[in-house]
Design a protein. Structure first.
Length: 255
């Protein structure tokens, strides 16, 4: 059974940059290319003058099922972390206060991995439906260095509209010890909405995602150009400590 807690909606007026036209798209591509080349997240404090700054109002719906946004930071036989303020983290609002929503059949889940790949064994992702039935389970190759990864559901797994699901992401720290693991988990709900098309201006799409509580669309769009806007949004939901960590990859999970 999906439990619902009553929390007031949370809104925030934020100044975020939106890109328009050839010049802005070229600038965004340059920032992303730099991030990929250097392995560092580029977070410019000021956008080019031609950028149009808009008020982005983020509305987060009340909580659904309880969750766990951050891992145990070195417990359960997993490696000790150099910075305990940066444990294994799901890039979502606090699931005990707000429900992260999507309109996509195949959303992308974002995680901060605090371990080097040589320190742990493997990652595992699992998704359950409202009946607590496992509808997806698969292994995830981890990045060599700590950083952020995106995992998109495969085409073989489609979320149904108006349904709530429960995801679980685990780092198995030892091949021999099944009890040696770190994990995060939480709910996700797919909602039914008429959305702006892909040809709509970025400003319009971002405003729509934010105003309708479409967290997964908002964060995935911003991850394409992880600059000042990306940092502000993560800081808004209490994840400022990892907002400037490098994004290693976004890939589709194996069917």
């Amino acid at each position: 059974m999906i439990l619902t807690k009553k929390f007031p909606q949370l809104t925030l007026a934020m100044a975020l940059a939106a890109s328009f036209g050839y010049y802005q798209e070229a600038w965004a591509a340059q920032v992303l290319a730099t991030a990929r080349t250097t392995g560092q997240t580029v977070a410019p404090s000021v956008a080019p003058a031609d950028h149009l700054w808009v008020a982005l109002n983020i509305v987060l719906p009340p909580a659904g099922a309880p969750g766990r946004r951050q891992g145990a930071a070195g417990r359960n036989f997993c490696p000790q972390l150099p910075d305990r303020n940066k444990p294994l983290t799901a890039l979502v609002p606090d699931p005990d206060q707000h429900l992260a929503q999507t309109i996509s059949e195949h959303p992308t889940f974002w995680f901060y991995i605090p371990y080097r790949s040589e320190q742990v064994y493997i990652g595992k992702f699992m998704l359950k439906d409202q009946n607590d039935e496992i509808i997806y389970e698969g292994e995830v190759a981890l990045p060599e260095e700590p950083g952020i990864i995106g995992l998109e559901l495969p085409e073989t797994i489609a979320l149904s509209e108006s349904q709530e699901y429960y995801w679980h992401f685990r780092i198995q720290c030892s091949e021999e010890k099944s009890s040696a693991f770190d994990y995060v988990e939480g709910p996700i709900k797919r909602v039914k909405l008429e959305i702006p098309g892909e040809t709509a201006p970025l400003r319009e799409r971002l405003n729509f995602y934010a105003a309708n509580g479409l967290w997964y669309e908002l964060i995935t769009e911003l991850a394409k150009n992880p600059g000042a806007e990306w940092v502000k949004v993560l800081d808004f939901v209490g994840l400022g400590a990892i907002a400037r960590e490098p994004i290693h990859f976004r890939r589709t999970l194996e069917p």
